[in-house]
Design a protein around this ligand. Structure first.
Ligand code: FAD
Length: 494
């Protein structure tokens, strides 16, 4: 009898370990489904799933993770997972910010469904993390999923690795995730069926996916800079022409590679001598360069147009940036050499080989893009009401506020917005009036573009979804309810 139980425990441990160690999106979902099937766990029981999993998987390594997640789940704001029990959320996009808010909403007790149009996590690019984000991820058990996380002085992570770990945590806390499902548009509740009839739904591709029958009362746009949700006006910030190049090289983890020093962006912007020497020696003219050693050797740099023309990377000079950087105006081979030469000089020729990593198109992982214009949504949320059904609509991550990459603000501000939005959804579940809710959300959103790693509260351990724990100068009533009337859109106005 005892032996059988031991065997069962060890099998459960192994199945869970397979899930924890999975290295791809598809592999993770597959391992998760095997785990649920074998242990007879019901993943659609979002409220009870985490406790059932915890009861079934009891080996020491999993226990460490349960300890961390239990601690997180004990925040008073979640009301023991009962703060949002009647709330049903749809999240568009399985990027870092989509998954991050999904986890918070699940901890609040909501039913959460994430749809992601891709089925691979293939972005090698590396994100700089602010200290609070490191603490936040560590508290969610990041190290259990990615042993190298927070090793030494590392304050960065590749997007794919971050997505992978957040996907796993989201699944553990009961989030339902569908990949290869694309959001197309919102569908209004049909007329004359009252509150018992179907509510707000989404048109998705493939059209017959079961998610198309899911009714929700909260929808979150976390689909990146090209946000698809209607109703949000976007502000554009136009700077001087800025052309960025990203390049990823294979990291073979040799001792020689380990010795090469990283280049942290912000400090480097001021090192004029370096840029003059680079220009003199190679003809490459940069405004800044960042190098992070992660799964790949990752470089991102801002290049001056004239040097790209001189080095034959850009063929013809055009005023319109779109035409300037169009693929038929770029010599790909010259671009590969340009980025490699800059990387070589930047690391003092210490990296033994600079072989390009391969991207998801099967090509050398180099990209050149324009970041002259950046977008921010004018508002963070709105409420729609149609045929007796209310819907709370919110944006997070790049959909809300596009980051300026040299400052590494994307993920940090993205997570802050995810927490602020979760706080709003808690208020929504508690029956707070739409105008009060929206005015508070807009007041908090006004702080976001100004947040830096220095001006947020330093007491990371105290961070919760309550904005007061994170922003020292919070004034959550600076926008008044009458100023957000236009964000409450009911059927009659349509
Ligand atoms: P995304 O990561 O863009 O994820 C959106 C997801 O939505 C994607 O998976 C996409 O497939 C999916 N999706 C899109 N449309 C749909 C749809 N219709 N239906 C379903 N799914 C959909 N940030 C930092 O914090 N630090 C840095 O150092 C940093 N460096 C950067 C360097 C460069 C060159 C660039 C370009 C960005 C950098 N960023 C950095 C920004 C960072 O990449 C983003 O802030 C971060 O990835 C945003 O996460 P997100 O979840 O909002 O959006």
């Amino acid at each position: 009898m005892g032996e059988t139980e031991d065997e069962r425990n060890s099998q459960a441990g192994q199945l869970f370990e397979n899930f924890v160690q999975a290295t791809t999106c598809k592999g993770t979902l597959q391992a998760f489904s095997i785990l649920c099937r074998q242990l007879e766990l019901n993943p659609s029981d979002h409220r009870g799933f985490y406790s059932s999993l915890k009861a079934a998987v009891t080996y020491w390594k999993a226990k460490g993770l349960w300890g961390k997640l239990d601690k997180r789940a004990s925040h008073k704001e979640y009301s023991k997972g009962k703060a949002c029990t009647d709330t049903k959320c749809l999240i568009i996009g399985g990027g870092p910010c989509g998954f991050r808010i999904a986890i918070e909403l699940a901890l609040l007790g909501a039913k959460v469904v994430v749809i992601e149009k891709r089925d691979t996590f293939s972005r090698n690019n590396v994100l700089h993390l602010w200290p609070y984000t490191i603490q936040d991820l560590r508290d969610l058990g990041a190290k259990k999923f990615y042993g190298k996380f927070c090793a030494g002085s590392i304050d960065h992570i590749s997007i794919r690795q971050l997505q992978l770990m957040l996907l796993k945590i989201a699944l553990i806390v009961g989030v339902e995730v569908h990949v290869s499902v694309e959001f197309i548009k919102l569908l209004e509740p049909p007329e004359d069926q009252g509150t018992d009839g179907p509510g707000w739904r989404a048109e998705v591709r493939p059209a017959d996916h079961p998610v198309s029958n899911y009714d929700f009362d909260v929808i979150i746009g976390a689909d990146g800079r090209r946000s698809t949700l209607d109703g949000f006006r976007r502000k554009e910030f136009r700077g001087k022409l800025a052309i960025a190049i990203t390049a990823n090289f294979v990291n073979r983890n040799t001792t020689a590679e380990a010795k090469v020093e990283e280049i942290s962006g912000v400090a480097f912007i001021f090192n004029q001598k370096f840029f003059l020497e680079l220009k003199e020696e190679t003809g490459i003219d940069l405004e800044n360069i960042v190098y992070y050693k992660d799964n790949t050797h990752y470089f991102v740099m801002t290049a001056k147009k004239q040097s790209l023309l001189d080095k034959g990377v850009i063929l013809n000079d055009y005023i319109e940036t779109e035409r300037l950087l169009a693929s038929d105006n770029v010599n790909q081979e010259a671009l590969l050499s340009y980025a490699r030469e800059a990387a070589d000089f930047g690391t003092n020729y210490q990296l033994p080989s600079l072989d390009y990593a391969i991207n998801h198109y099967g090509q050398p992982d180099v990209a050149m893009f324009d970041f002259t214009c950046m977008y921010a949504s004018e508002n963070a949320a709105l409420v729609r009401e149609k045929n007796n059904h209310q819907l709370l609509v919110a944006l997070v991550g790049d959909s809300l506020l596009e980051p300026f990459w040299p400052m590494g603000t994307g993920c940090a501000r993205g997570f802050l917005a995810a927490f602020d939005t979760a706080w709003m959804i808690k208020g929504w579940a508690q029956g707070k009036g739409p105008l009060d809710l929206l005015s508070e959300r807009e007041s908090i959103y006004r702080l976001l573009p100004q947040t830096t790693a220095e001006n947020i509260s330093k007491n990371f351990e105290q961070y919760t979804i309550d904005p007061a724990t994170r922003y020292p100068n919070l004034n959550s009533t600076c926008v008044r309810p009458h100023q957000v009337r236009h964000l409450y859109i009911n059927g009659e106005q349509d």
